[in-house]
Ligand binder design. Structure first.
Ligand code: NAP
Length: 282
């Protein structure tokens, strides 16, 4: 029976050290600041934004919210981003996705100064992740790396399989595992023999967006299984991409959903904001 990795406990530990660092920074005259931009009335976005602001408050990071109406134009949003880029006490800018249809998300992300792009979505930061010389780590993959670290697993030489190739999770996840010297395979919807590939893995990261996609017969005995997925099962209950109840009997370590990867994602956002504020200290 695998050990369940408590994402909340790991996140609390990391947030403790972020709080200490923030206090030191404030004592040196710099209060890290995060601008959070939300456009429209998407309820899930509102919940995410509330959680991010609450997390900032807990560690002493100042957050300022810009809530814009649904009918906001792209030009208006770009004008706000330009102001925030120039605002000295704003270290990080986060634009909550998705945006209303009239606004091109890529144009908006590209308008954020790379040095304030705490989500690490700007092409400059994406490029730096590829090279392995990064300022900001993408939040969810960085959170996954912390969770793997927590298990004491040395990634060097391990067979790692990432299921999913999105720009925000799958691709950067594969890069971070590669930088940690894993032998990485990325699977996606066109992958042939996916089950056999996953079954051969020492470390599995599932980022598919399909409830209970990874079943026990796809997992090698003793594998580390990290579940990024956030789905609802047939009863409307929150679940991941992994069939947790069955896979936990095969895995050596496994993350639950909820309270696995989720709390780590916001924690990494705090870490990036702190990192962005360091340049003001210098
Ligand atoms: P996404 O953009 O929809 O990407 C899903 C990926 O899964 C795609 O690359 C897709 O392949 C692949 N896929 C879909 N069906 C597949 C199949 N049958 N076999 C193999 N691969 C398949 O999703 P995402 O943004 O990466 O997010 C993935 C999941 O993580 C979602 O549940 C999301 O809610 C969750 N998430 C959680 C957090 C967190 O903090 N916990 C953060 C971000 C996302 P193709 O590219 O071929 O279409």
């Amino acid at each position: 029976m695998g050990i369940v990795i408590d994402g909340r406990a790991v996140a609390a530990k990391v947030r403790c050290s972020i709080k200490e660092e923030t206090e030191k920074m404030i004592a040196n005259g710099v209060t890290p600041g995060l601008a959070v931009v939300i456009v429209g009335n998407n309820q899930a976005s509102r919940a995410y934004v509330n959680n991010k602001e609450k997390a900032c408050e807990e560690v002493g990071i100042r957050s300022e919210e810009y809530a814009l109406p649904e009918e906001t134009t792209e030009a208006e949003l770009l004008e706000l981003i330009a102001k925030l880029n120039a605002k000295e006490d704003v270290d990080g800018i986060l634009v909550q996705m998705p945006l209303p249809n009239q606004i091109n998300e890529e144009t908006v992300l590209n308008a954020i100064l790379p040095s304030k792009d705490v989500d690490a979505f700007h092409p400059v930061n994406v490029g730096k992740i590829m090279i392995g010389n990064y300022d900001f780590l993408p939040c969810t993959p960085a959170g996954v790396m912390e969770l793997i670290k927590e298990t004491g697993t040395d990634i060097t030489g391990k067979k790692c399989v990432v299921i999913g190739r999105s720009n925000i999770v799958g691709k950067p996840m594969a890069m971070l595992l590669l930088h940690a010297h894993g032998t990485v395979t990325i699977c996606h919807s066109r992958t042939k023999d996916l089950k056999e590939i996953v079954k051969d893995a020492d470390i599995i990261v599932a980022a598919v967006g399909k409830a209970k996609f990874v079943t026990a017969d796809m997992v090698k005995y003793g594998a580390v299984v990290i579940d990024v997925g956030m789905n609802r099962d047939e009863n409307g209950k929150r679940c991941g991409d992994v069939d947790f109840e069955a896979v936990k009997n095969v895995a050596s370590y496994i993350t639950p959903v909820p309270f696995g990867v989720g709390p780590m994602t916001i924690t990494m956002l705090l870490k990036n904001t702190l990192k962005a504020a360091e340049s003001r200290l210098k």
